[in-house]
Design a protein around this ligand. Structure first.
Ligand code: HSE
Length: 403
C-alpha cells in the first residue's frame, strides 16, 4: 500500500480524495498497489466531513512520517507551497501538483531536487486541467521538433468569452458563474488578465526548449477590454474571439505571447467552448495534433493529479527524467512577430478609406449593422512594430485584436 498526503483541501485537493476513493479498484490495478490518503493538510477543520479524521494542521507531521511517499500539493500560490515542496522532495517524497504558479516560478529547481533525491516532481494538472499535455510533451512527442503551440489554456476566460458570445451575457455575471463552478482563481485577475495562461505557456515552452522560459518575459494581455461590439464584428468575419497563448519558433526567432485573438472558422480551436481548453501543436514529423478537454474544475484537474500519483507509485525509488534545465531561454521581442490585425476605427469607411489603405496597405473593410459610427479593418500580415507605426498615422483607432 502507498501512503499519500494531500496539501490543501480546496477544490482540487478535495477532488483528489474523491478520485482516489471513487476509482479505487481501477487505480489499484494500474498502480499495482493500493493508494491510501493518510493525511490532509489544511488550516481549517471540516466537522461532520469524514475527512476530519485525516486533517492535520502541522506540515511536520506529514514530512516526518516515513510511511508517506507521495504528496499531492493542491494548495496553490507560491508560499508555503514552495517551502513544503522543497522539504518533501529533499526527504525523498514525490510531489504531484496542480500549482502552475509554483511550477512556472521554480519548476527546474524542483525537478532537479527530485532527480537528486530519486523521487519525482510531476505537474500534469498544472496546464490544461484534466487534458494530458505535459506527458505527451515529455514522452510521446519527444522524437519531434515542435515549432508551434497555439492554445486556449484558461478555462475561466474561455467560459466567459463563450457565454458573452452565445448569450450576450455580461462580463461580471459570467465571471461570478465561473467562480461558483470552481473554475476561477482566488484572485480572478489571474484569469481575466491572462496571467494564468501566461504561466501555462511558459511551462509548455520550457518543456519544448528544455531550458527555462521566464513567464515574466512573456507579453500578456487579458480579455477585459473585449466588448459586445467585438463579437458583432467577429460574427461578420466568421471568426471567434479566444484568449490564445502561443509559442512559435520561426526562422527569425522564438516567440511567446498571450492575447485575445480573432480566429477564423478553419481553426479547430473555434470549437473549443465553455470551460474546455484546446492545445494545437505543430511538429515536424507528426504535423498538427490537438489536445482537448476540460481545462479547469474539481474532478478533471484532480484526475490529472491522481494520474501523476499512480506514475509515482509505479516508479517508486526512480526518477522519471524531465528535460527542463535552469538555464534561461531567450525569447525574441514580439515587436518582430508578424500577424494580421483586426482594428476598429471611429467614423465612416468612405471618409477614411484612403488614409487607412495608405497606412496599412491591402486591407479588408468590415461593417456591421449592430455597431454604428465606426468600422473595422483586417490588415495584411505585418510585425507588431510595423502595425504600431502604421496605427499612429490613423486617427480614431478604437481597439485592436490580433488575428
Ligand atoms: N483558473 C484556471 C482556469 C484553473 O480557469 O483555467 C485551471 O488551471
Amino acid at each position: 500500500m502507498v501512503q499519500v498526503a494531500v496539501f490543501g483541501f480546496g477544490t482540487v485537493g478535495s477532488g483528489v480524495v474523491e478520485v482516489i476513493e471513487k476509482n479505487q479498484k481501477e487505480i489499484s490495478k494500474r498502480a499495482a498497489t493500493e493508494l491510501n490518503v493518510k493525511y490532509v493538510l489544511d488550516l481549517r477543520d471540516f466537522p461532520g466531513n469524514p475527512i476530519q479524521d485525516k486533517i492535520v494542521h502541522d506540515v511536520e507531521t506529514i514530512l516526518g512520517d516515513e510511511t508517506i511517499s507521495i504528496i499531492c500539493e493542491t494548495m496553490g500560490g507560491l508560499e508555503p507551497a514552495y517551502t513544503y515542496t522543497k522539504k518533501a522532495l529533499a526527504s525523498g517524497k514525490s510531489v504531484c501538483t496542480s500549482n502552475k504558479e509554483l511550477v512556472a516560478a521554480h519548476g527546474p529547481e524542483l525537478i532537479a531536487l527530485a532527480r537528486e533525491n530519486n523521487c519525482n516532481y510531476l505537474f500534469e494538472a498544472s496546464v490544461g486541467g484534466g487534458i494530458p499535455i505535459i506527458r505527451p510533451l515529455n514522452s510521446a512527442l519527444t522524437a519531434e521538433k515542435i515549432d508551434r503551440v497555439y492554445g486556449i489554456l484558461n478555462g475561466t476566460t474561455n467560459y466567459i468569452l463563450t457565454r458573452m458570445e452565445k448569450d450576450g451575457a455580461d462580463f461580471e455575471t459570467v465571471l461570478k458563474e465561473a467562480q461558483e463552478k470552481g473554475y476561477a482563481e482566488r484572485n480572478p485577475a489571474a484569469d481575466v488578465e491572462g496571467y494564468d495562461a501566461c504561466r501555462k505557456i511558459a511551462i509548455l515552452s520550457s518543456l519544448i526548449y528544455g531550458k527555462n522560459v521566464n513567464y515574466e518575459n512573456i507579453y500578456t494581455e487579458g480579455i477585459t477590454k473585449i466588448t459586445p461590439a467585438d463579437f458583432a464584428y467577429a460574427k461578420e468575419l466568421d471568426c471567434k474571439i479566444k484568449l490564445i497563448a502561443l509559442n512559435e519558433t520561426r526562422e527569425d526567432g522564438k516567440f511567446a505571447m498571450v492575447s485575445p485573438r480573432m480566429i477564423t472558422a478553419e481553426s479547430p480551436l473555434t470549437c473549443v467552448q465553455d470551460v474546455f481548453n484546446g492545445i494545437l501543436i505543430h511538429s515536424n514529423m507528426l504535423g498538427s495534433s490537438l489536445y482537448y478537454g476540460r481545462g479547469a474544475g474539481k474532478l478533471p484537474t484532480a484526475s490529472a493529479v491522481v494520474g501523476d500519483v499512480i506514475d509515482c507509485a509505479k516508479h517508486a525509488g526512480k526518477n522519471i527524467w524531465c528535460f527542463w534545465e535552469e538555464e534561461e531561454e531567450t525569447l525574441c521581442d514580439i515587436a518582430d512577430f508578424k500577424q494580421k490585425y483586426f482594428v476598429r476605427i471611429s467614423g465612416l469607411v468612405e471618409d477614411k478609406k484612403d488614409a487607412v489603405t495608405a497606412a496599412f496597405g491591402e486591407t479588408k473593410f468590415v461593417t456591421t449593422k449592430e455597431v454604428q459610427g465606426e468600422f473595422a479593418v483586417v490588415t495584411s500580415e505585418m510585425s507588431e512594430r510595423e502595425y504600431h507605426e502604421a496605427a499612429k498615422k490613423i486617427e480614431g483607432i478604437l481597439s485592436m485584436i490580433r488575428m
